[in-house]
Design a protein around this ligand. Sequence first.
Ligand code: MOS
Length: 734
Amino acid sequence: MTAVIGRDILGDPVDRVDGPVKVTGAAPYPSDVTYPGLVHAALVQSTIGAGTISRIDTVAAGAARGVLTVLTYENVPALAEAPKVLLSPAPRFPLKDNRIVHYGQHVAIVVAETVEQAVAAARLVRVDYATTEALLDIDDPRAPVDRNPWGMENSRGDVTAALASAEVTYDETFTISAETNNPMGLFATVARWEDDRLVVHESTQWPMMARQVLATMFGLPEQNVRVLVPFIGGGFGAGLRLPPHAVLTALAARTVQRPVKLVLTRPQMFTSIGHRPATVQRVRLGATRDGQLVAIDHEGTSTGGIEEGGVEPTTMVTPEMYACPNVATHDRQVRLNIPNPGAMRAPGTVEGNFAVESALDELAYLLHCDPIQLRLRNYAEVSPVSGLPWSSKALRECYRVGAQRFGWQRRNPEVRSMRDGDWLVGYGMAGVTFHWYQAPCQARISIRRDGTAYARSAATDLGTGTYTVATQLTAELLGLDLGRVRFDLGDSDLPPAPQSGGSGLAMSLGAALHAAAGNLLRAFLGVIATDERSPLRGRGVDDVTMSTGRIHLVDDPSVGETYTDILTRHDLAELTADGAVDPTPEGADVEPVGAFAARFVEVRVDEEIGRLRVARMVTAVDGGRILNEKTARSQITGATVMGIGMSLLEQTEFDPGTGRIANATLGDYLVPVSADVPDLDVVFVGERDRFSPVGIKGLGEVGIVGVAAAIANAVHHATGRRIRSLPITVEDLL
Ligand code: MOS
């Protein structure tokens, strides 16, 4: 058995390096940006779900005080088609013609000297529509259906035969409501043109993508577009595509030849930046009486926009989860007249986990077996897809340590058997397998003569700690104190980085910084290669290491010299090196792997009034090496809160006639508040990952996965009610 809790994998819980600028209000979010001469935009949005604009009258709006322009499909200049980028289809430019494909589609953008003037003038735009019936229901037989839309379907063995001959079978359907990303920061765009150069401050998780889309649509060389986002007030995946309003704002700025700012309103956020689509999943299991899985068949259906679609692979992780010989997955996407869905934390995986981990709990009851034992009985020791050993996997420790901290052995497996006064008490658990994702990334590091270092990459920090962990890692790699290292991000002019998404940035950026630090060491050795005065002359990278501001021999730390000495002697202001990684796993002898986790939940249910409380939760996570215990814990607790929202509260309600979102405010769309959230215990287990050069795995999304299944399983244990739809409502419990 490995160590109970891997203290050796825990990085220093240092405070966020960007904390002071945030708490003093000095951190510039996109909505804070201003320029001399800046003017303001407001959007006009469709009030029908499908049809065409028959007439759009902008005369009154255009004549209103302070108005500089009103752009509609009738007068907007043509733009090139947006490129397709990873994780999302090319966005449909909303003013490309008079067609309306969803409620809330932008139909005009008004620019005026002040926000108030722009908003007032937007109300004066009169739009007549020819309305057609909007397709809004995932079960609507008229809706177009794409099968295997992402090419991710997977199959091994013979699932049909295995299900037909299994001793025990299971077949149930799970549904999850649409949900909406609600970052605190309202998405904003500030666009400014200098001749044929465009500068955009954008709430994006991916400056390089935003640059590419804008350059393509406006027909500019990419280096003529600069996207800046040093801070963003959250995103949860909404910033993984460039929303149409950003393009409109850039177009408006070009039209009026002034910098233009657009800040979405909260209701506009619900229709403009994507959402988690509704899903329906069917899970079929076959097992032996003693709990060996012989078949898993998982079919997932999600909703997509009528013209663009979306990526919500609910079945993607299923083939990797358990050592089952016969597995088949099927994906379907139903195209509807809804605002195009987008990524929302652990897209696909979080829904798939709810279905499969609920199904396993049901199977455990059918077999009279402990839910943890059932999972261990089917534990995947190696990747069931590739047959290779995982680059690291401590899911077994997650179960063991989590169960211990939670007190799982106190659970009486019989439903409705545990009480506390009027409350029914339920214990539930779920296992979590997340998937590996990494993308090409570059970083640049300089060491200056004063002994400080400056690292940078065009990454983003969603608020989760990229600034902090990149600073920590750079300091560690160079052997410098944290205070001597500065890290910059959020600028597309910096070395290209991938999105902050897919739980891949820390791994990608960590590997790029590792490569840059290695190259920087080589650069220093190059400078002193023939330097008579250097004790390190002629030494190779394997002979030396970097610590306490010096390069010194590995074998004899007394032989070495400081960065400052070398730079001073050679009259250099600084030395700079780039690092690049393209972590394609082909040919690897291990299966690179994402994080694992186990969740344990205690719920309390008052059946008289249908009241459900999450009383306690323990999460054990294998995230490989943890760069910063504090920010990592925050990642997990924050995502867990989101998981509680998904389980109990969050539900985007589309009006059945028009597709209007009926609860598009934070008063009506419920997210968890502190009173909904119990004490959350998080423990990290495991070891350094073997695939990542810095030993880490992504933690951005795993924290939301498994919450819903663990809660639903606990509700079943408490009440005997099996709830297969989210969110779990009062009505479900009465
Ligand atoms: Mo995420 S949904 O990968 O930002």
